[in-house]
Design a protein around this ligand. Structure first.
Ligand code: SF4
Length: 325
């Protein structure tokens, strides 16, 4: 099996959000006890509703945020507790591509300068070498050299995302964390950017952590998928197993709205009742029990263990195996 590039163990992140009674800070549990690994060269996707902790997990892995507890291993090194000075040289190896390319590109800078920025920070090279690299990167993402002289507002959404990808690639990272990278784009442009990401992965041996709420996009790009609900990872499996035989009642509901290619295989759409509970005060036991159509008494008091149910297929649910809580 390919070695993991990233491994997270019992990762937790809490944010103090405001003072409660008697001046006590109220804690928002954004990520709770999450463990998984990402193999070198694969695309691992995290899916879930907004507020499930998927973006926070991506920011923890790239250490834009510090974890409250747990370990983050990157290429054999534990980076969860490193201070900013020791993280900085590692940053070039893990780059992010964001949802809104416009917001992440400085409107006052020319495209060529935006792409050159990480080279200025991380690489010792002459101006001529940098210029050559920028031209190469524009070409790699399907733009022409004249695009380098333009400003972000002169570009379409798809072109701006190409610039975001070129900038991420500039320092030759091994991991790219792409947080909803095509959500702001038209469907026709989405597939162009996804195909570009796949081509670049093949060409440069990149590893992707892909974060999305869009299951058709995730189906297109993923090797394996993790499903998060209210800060916890509830299921993890290969893409095919996840789409064909989801085990967790939340995943079953989430994936029931995805159209199946074979019309003979009818899938009943499961509509979840109730709103997503607040991560400030998550339900006891299984966090999904307030909305789960299969909830049992034990689910209200005992948290299910995230465990391997079938080879490579993990689930946290009392319906399976022996959940010891
Ligand atoms: Fe539903 Fe219980 Fe499984 Fe949670 S542990 S998903 S409440 S059956």
């Amino acid at each position: 099996m390919t070695k993991p590039l990233v491994e997270v163990k019992n990762l937790r992140k809490v944010f103090p959000i405001k003072k409660g009674w008697f001046g006590k800070p109220v804690l928002l549990q954004a990520v709770d006890n999450v463990s998984f690994s990402i193999r070198k060269g694969e695309t691992f996707s995290i899916v879930g509703e907004s507020g499930c902790g998927k973006s926070t997990t991506g920011r923890l892995i790239t250490r834009l945020l510090a974890p409250s507890e747990g370990e983050i291993w990157f290429d054999g090194q534990e980076i969860g507790k490193l201070d900013e000075a020791r993280i900085r040289p590692l940053r070039r190896q893990m780059q992010m591509v964001f949802q809104d390319p416009y917001a992440s590109l400085n409107p006052r800078m020319k495209i060529k300068d935006i792409i050159a920025e990480p080279l200025l920070i991380h690489e010792k090279m002459s101006a001529a070498e940098r210029e050559k690299d920028v031209q190469r990167l524009l070409e790699v993402v399907g733009l022409s050299s004249f695009h380098g002289e333009r400003y972000p507002h002169e570009f379409s959404g798809g072109q701006r995302q190409r610039v975001g990808i070129a900038r991420a690639l500039a320092v030759k990272p091994s991991l790219i964390v792409a947080d909803e990278p095509v959500s702001a784009l038209d469907v026709s442009i989405q597939s162009q950017v996804l195909n570009l990401l796949q081509d670049l992965q093949e060409e440069f041996g990149l590893t992707y952590l892909f974060i999305s709420h869009d299951l058709s996009v995730v189906e297109h790009i993923s090797d394996r998928i993790g499903v998060m609900y209210l800060g916890s990872m509830v299921e993890l499996a290969d893409k095919d197993a996840m789409y064909e035989k989801p085990l967790h009642p939340y995943t079953q509901a989430l994936f029931s709205s995805v159209p199946v290619p074979d019309p003979r295989l009818k899938r009943e759409k499961i509509v979840l009742k109730g709103d997503l509970p607040s991560p400030v005060n998550p339900p006891s036991g299984c966090r999904f029990h307030t909305r789960c159509p299969a909830a049992m008494d034990v689910c209200r008091t005992k948290a299910p263990v995230f465990q391997e149910q079938e080879p490579g297929h993990y689930v946290a649910c009392h319906l399976y195996g022996e959940s010891k809580g």
